[in-house]
Design a protein around this ligand. Structure first.
Ligand SMILES: [Ca+2]
Length: 242
């Protein structure tokens, strides 16, 4: 057996004469991360990186093969807390997601970071009138107007959207009419209504006073005097208490 021998290397060396530094085994994998290496020979590197939204919180990003074993320790990838720097403004609640966050705003704010004043809902409609508005964003105004013969009796004629709600109160339209009554029989009362527009016209009002007991027409009719006034006549039967 001259000139024949066999080397049994320790773990750090290899080849028949134990001259070559030993290669490493395949490097370990990490959860929520990837590894990158070209080979596993001595002095080679393996580099780890975490998936989007994760970061290395312990261990080493790079391991080096040194005589059969990787130096350092496997890294750990953990979720990044995107809420850590408090991105949600104005008391918005932050939800930590994968590579993202979500703000839940209170009713007064909107937007990704709750930094935009909230818009309002569509203004409610009113009876015997309507609202006019161009949009429902913060700062916008809705203006209400009653139909002819009606006027705003309560609430606000204009309401402005302020942080998600319309300020003031919803208006109500009531008859824009001055009323007098004429008893024409014990069981019938005709109510005459003079529009406020006419009431505001001194000349018309004077003429109205002169003629207000004259312009009778049949119950329920619409009485018109050119250039003077318009009377809406309503009939109330049997209400002598009026
Ligand atoms: Ca996260």
């Amino acid at each position: 057996m001259a000139n024949e021998y066999s080397c049994t290397c320790n773990s750090q060396w290899s080849d028949s004469n134990c001259y070559t530094p030993a290669p490493c085994s395949t490097p370990g994998e990490v959860s929520q991360g990837t590894r990158s290496f070209s080979d596993t020979n001595h002095a080679s590197n393996v580099t780890y990186s975490c998936n989007a939204g994760y970061e290395i919180t312990s261990g080493d990003a790079t391991l080096t093969c040194n005589h059969g074993s990787w130096t350092g320790s496997l890294p750990t990838c953990e979720d990044i807390d995107e809420c850590a720097n408090n991105p949600c403004q104005n008391s918005g609640k932050c939800s930590n997601l994968v590579n993202a966050y979500r703000c839940t705003c209170n009713s007064q704010w909107t937007g990704t970071n709750c930094d935009t004043p909230a818009p309002c809902s569509t203004p409610s409609e009113i009876s015997q009138g309507s609202g006019t508005y161009s949009d429902t964003l913060h700062g916008s105004t809705v203006t209400f107007a009653c139909i002819s013969g009606y006027e705003i009796k309560s609430g606000d004629a204009s309401r402005t959207c302020s942080y998600g709600s319309w300020n003031g109160s919803q208006p109500t339209c009531g008859g824009n009419l001055q009323m007098s009554s004429i008893r024409i029989s014990p069981r019938m009362i005709i109510l005459l209504f003079l529009t406020k527009a006419i009431q505001n016209d001194a000349n018309s009002a004077t003429k109205y006073k002169r003629m207000r007991y004259k312009p009778l027409c049949k119950p329920g009719c619409m009485f018109k005097q050119p250039r003077i006034l318009q009377l809406h006549m309503h009939i109330s039967m049997g209400r002598e208490e009026l």
